[in-house]
Design a protein around this ligand. Structure first.
Ligand code: GTR
Length: 325
């Protein structure tokens, strides 16, 4: 595939030389921690196809999946400094840089994946996206990050009591650390790529994630107890480095933005299919899924809201998200 598309680029380039028109092709490198075929990886490829087609081949996107370019915290630095052009990560590792991203990372804020999609695709999403521009990147799209739940290698979690004293890996974000502490467990922030071996060797009891990540990263092989507490729905974010963005003409910027929007809709479609597929894979492999009552989890999160939603402006922002139906 790679060879073919390179060949197509080379042919176009040769054609341009022959007709005497100036034709430069720019290859944009994009990072993703997930393996090939994962909904975010495929959505970015789709974005690349649209951009290539609509710019007549002047831009091409190469997706480096499976953390080939590094773990998320590192690739965020790379895209901010323009070392890579594009990056698709969770919003949570941006929390310390872009304060407003903490709000959609809050537990039990979104009432359903549909609610999260509607908020992030609307004006609230636009306001959150603005905050990224002070940090070297432009948001191209928000994707669905699904509902995250706890899983561990030790025992089924049927209630809050079962979580007490357990040690869970979390994303490198203070909101996540405080959220797990509020539930009576211990949080250990670590890169995604280290989770499998850390569970396997007993450094941690488990982690928390959506069905597609739990399945594709093979965490179900080492942590078979998955409790559907759905404590948070954290959007994914696909960004472009400002260095690369500023080189685009206004016309091309519009093409990129439109392709971003279409890739978001594509990702939603792929996401829904993958959630069902991943759930089936883990169930067939022997994962034991429990469904604890959510209200005690929700009640336990009060201190997290008190800590992070601590100004009248942020309270208003949260209320606006809650009001989106
Ligand atoms: C996944 C998310 C990844 C990564 C991972 C994690 O759901 O798609 O971008 O953040 O979680 O827990 O590190």
């Amino acid at each position: 595939m790679l060879h073919l598309s390179k060949l197509a680029g080379a042919t176009l380039f040769a054609a341009a030389l022959m007709t005497g028109s100036a034709f430069a092709q720019t290859v944009l490198r994009s990072s993703d921690t997930h393996p090939d075929g994962y909904p975010t990886v495929e959505a970015v490829k789709y974005f690349g196809d649209l951009v290539k087609e609509r710019t007549g081949g002047r831009y091409e996107v190469e997706v480096y999946h499976s953390a080939q370019l590094g773990q998320e915290a590192d690739t965020i630095e790379q895209v901010r400094s323009g070392v890579i052009d594009l990056n698709r990560v969770s919003m949570a590792p941006w929390n310390s840089l872009v304060p407003l991203t903490m709000i959609p990372s809050l537990p039990y804020l979104f009432t359903s994946p549909e609610h999260a999609r509607k908020v992030m695709a609307g004006e609230i999403g636009d306001e959150i996206a603005k905050g990224f521009e002070d940090h070297g990147v432009v948001v191209i799209a928000f994707y669905d990050g699904g509902a995250r739940s706890f899983y561990n290698s030790k025992k089924p979690v049927n209630s809050l009591d079962d979580l007490k004293g357990q040690k869970y890996r979390v994303i490198q974000s203070d909101v996540f650390v405080d959220m797990v502490a509020a539930l009576g467990a211990t949080a250990t922030p670590m890169p995604y790529g280290e989770v499998y071996s850390s569970i396997e060797t007993g450094v941690i009891d488990g982690a928390e994630n959506n069905f597609p990540s739990y399945e594709s990263a093979k965490h179900f092989e080492v942590a078979k107890y998955y409790s559907l507490d759905e404590h948070t729905i954290v959007p994914e974010v696909f960004v472009m480095s400002k260095t690369a963005w500023d080189k685009l003409s206004d016309e091309d910027k519009a093409i990129f933005r439109q392709a971003g929007k279409e890739s978001m809709e594509k990702q939603w479609e792929l996401w829904d299919a993958r959630v069902a597929q991943s759930r089936k894979i883990v169930e067939d492999a022997g994962s034991q899924i429990t469904t604890p009552e959510k209200q005690p989890f929700i009640d336990a999160m009060v201190p997290v809201y008190e800590k992070y939603v601590n100004t009248p402006e942020l309270k208003d922002f949260v209320a606006r998200i809650q009001a989106v139906k």
